[in-house]
Design a protein around this ligand. Structure first.
Ligand SMILES: [Zn+2]
Length: 316
């Protein structure tokens, strides 16, 4: 049995049909993890959907009402870049519930892994770039409201800037947002995160890891979070159709190790969400996400073995 839970719901699929965003990847990743015997049925836990009150911890009433009632304007849908359906809305609410659950499980076990979420382009008042609501913001705010945490850090390694998350937490000193992304890529406007690492095109493993390591360690040294949300986008991969960086499979695994090890070895729990991934072959995207789960297991076992009880994170 895994030392942490995988949060998954069979209705995570956004029902997009033929679309560059392969939202069936959630089911395919679950299937891959079972097929390779990395996980078995008891390692998975299904979330409840977030409540509308949870969603309103981040989003304006008007935007929530539009999504709930299906009254998006043509402009809203253009900006969202995905077709509207009831199933799509339900999937976003489930993904947000999944990220809340993954964050709670992280406090308990050190790692919580949502096989979904990472919708970092959603702003309080609108959605964009395949993201209707910001599950990252909702999870952090819900745990804060419950009194489970006060301070959180978001480390966003998707190839695209975490503009929505930056917008959500712009005037919130309790949350540190770090985004490392390709500068010459979507979104064209990049509202400032607490720390932005703007990368040139085609950067490879070594340079990426160097820059991420420097920025991340400096951020942790000055801001002491109680929870890390790791946005583990698969799209910095060299064969991504919507990305222009040149990371390899091994480089992405090293990235995962850097983020997760640095946190766990300091006793900082990590909630992991998937975000983007648009490799030419969807199998490559699945491999990158599966590798993140493998690295999380490897690091958690190593950290657990290094503590007397092996129960560093269990609280309450
Ligand atoms: Zn992306």
């Amino acid at each position: 049995m895994l030392p942490f839970k995988l949060v998954f719901h069979e209705r995570y699929d956004l029902n997009l049909g033929e679309h560059v965003f392969p939202s069936r990847k959630y089911q395919w990743l679950r299937d891959r993890l079972v097929r390779t015997r990395f996980a078995s049925a008891e390692d998975f836990v299904a979330p409840e959907p977030a409540t509308d009150d949870d969603v309103r911890l981040v989003h304006d009433d008007e935007w929530v009402a539009k999504l709930r009632s299906g009254t998006l304007t043509y402009q809203d849908i253009l900006r969202l870049e995905i077709p509207y359906s009831r199933q799509m809305v339900e999937a976003f609410w489930l993904a947000a519930g999944g990220s809340i659950l993954a964050a709670r499980l992280a406090l308990e076990h050190g790692v919580g892994f949502n096989i979904g979420g990472g919708f970092h382009h959603a702003f309080p008042g609108h959605g964009e770039g395949f993201c209707a609501i910001n599950d990252i913001g909702i999870a952090v705010r819900r745990l804060q409201r419950d009194g489970a945490i006060r301070r959180a850090m978001v480390v966003d390694c998707d190839v695209h800037h975490g503009n929505g998350t930056a917008g959500v937490f712009a005037s919130d000193d309790s949350v540190f947002t770090l985004s490392i992304h390709q500068a010459n890529n979507y979104p064209s406007e990049k509202p400032p995160s607490s720390l932005d690492i703007h990368l040139p095109d085609a950067i490879g493993d070594a340079e990426y890891l160097h820059r991420l390591g420097n920025g991340y360690r400096a951020a942790l040294a000055m801001f002491k979070p109680e929870l890390l949300v790791y946005v583990a986008g698969a799209d910095p991969f060299q064969e991504d159709q919507l990305g222009g960086l040149s990371l390899t499979f091994d480089g992405l695994k090293e990235r995962d190790r850097l983020v997760i090890w640095t946190a766990l070895s300091h006793g900082l729990p990590v909630a992991i969400v998937l975000a983007g991934g648009y490799a030419q072959s969807v199998e490559d995207t699945i491999t990158i996400h599966a590798n993140t789960a493998e690295v999380a297991k490897e690091v958690l076992l190593k950290v657990g073995a290094g503590t007397k009880s092996g129960r560093l994170f269990r609280r309450g």
